[in-house]
Write a protein that binds this ligand. Structure first.
Ligand SMILES: O=P(O)(O)OC[C@H]1O[C@@H](O)[C@H](O)[C@@H](O)[C@@H]1O
Length: 292
């Protein structure tokens, strides 16, 4: 039976959505509205570092942190403030026919955000768990009397059995900014992106035209593919820190570099300009395609 449960994950308040089919479940912290797990039939689809630090002020290393209103470094803290704020839980719903479970999370401006980003806003992250799918819809409302600009991204960490055997399809013929090569603009000519060294790329408009981006894990153990479909989000960021950066990072560690790939749906290469009182919506739908 589908249901919701409150719990604590590493000391942080969380809600678990449970689906009546496929033993599917998802756990979301109020901290950052960060999804920390999505499991289907005992498979952990999302990667959460065993060294992740659950500490106020720090982003969670794994799951799906929400990046807003700034991607990467800049005037605001790295990746903005949404991932380190406590969100509030809104409505939850279980669809009696399908068993799909939805929970909504809200964040709005406060004294601290106004000091560093002087705009009134409201964010809603709506999360729906289906039997073998997972959806996130991000809504930004400009409540201010002036326009604001922002970038936003769902920083999704996927578990892979070995990054060396992982391929990503769906981004051929897309221009990308290669962040490990002085932000040089390049053109993807390969059918599959493969990983042989540190990879940090922004595929500009890689998410438009309903491009289906697929993660293919070529390990023998893995019997499924993951497909990501987006709406409104224009870009895809593909990231793996590789050995040295993982080793030098307190919350990753060398032993983890090969266990994940980040495929991040976002709007980052060109900021959204949102007029006063306007609303912007974007979403991702992640599907598990079983081959067994
Ligand atoms: O360590 P953070 O702030 O969570 O960021 C992780 C990575 O996030 C990716 O989205 C960026 O493209 C990378 O440049 C960055 O290193």
């Amino acid at each position: 039976m589908s249901t919701t449960e409150f719990e604590f994950v590493s000391g942080f308040s969380a809600i678990r959505l449970i689906h009546g089919t496929n033993k599917a479940s998802v756990e979301i912290l109020l901290y950052g509205a960060t999804v920390v797990s999505w499991n289907v039939n005992d498979q952990k689809i999302l990667f959460l570092s065993d060294k992740a630090s659950f500490e106020n002020g720090k982003g969670i290393r794994g799951g799906i942190p929400v990046v807003f209103p700034q991607f990467g470094p800049g005037k605001l803290p790295q990746h903005g403030f949404a991932r380190t704020k406590k969100w509030t839980l809104g409505d939850t719903n279980v669809d009696k026919q399908t068993g799909d479970v939805t929970a909504k999370f809200h964040l709005h401006d406060d004294e601290d955000t106004l000091k560093i980003w002087p705009f009134t806003f409201e964010l809603t992250l709506s999360i729906t768990l289906k039997a073998n799918k997972f959806e996130q819809k991000l809504t930004v409302i400009n409540k201010d009397d002036k326009q604001f600009d922002f970038t936003a991204l769902l920083h999704t960490y996927f578990t892979v059995s070995d990054i060396n055997k992982t391929k990503i399809s769906g981004l051929r013929n897309i221009d990308y900014i290669d962040k490990v090569d002085n932000a040089t603009l390049k053109h993807e000519t390969n059918e599959y992106i493969e990983f042989v060294s540190e990879t940090d790329r922004v595929y500009k408009n890689g998410a438009t035209n309903n491009n289906l981006v697929t993660i293919i894990d070529n390990s023998n153990q893995q019997q499924f593919e993951i497909q990501i479909k987006t709406q409104t989000f224009n870009d895809f960021v593909i990231w793996n820190p590789w050995i040295e950066k993982a080793k030098n990072s307190n919350d990753i560690g060398e032993h983890n570099y090969s266990k994940f790939v980040c495929v991040e749906a976002g709007q980052v290469s060109k900021p959204v300009e949102l007029n006063s009182k306007q609303t912007w919506n974007a979403s991702q739908e992640i599907s598990l395609i079983s081959h067994s």
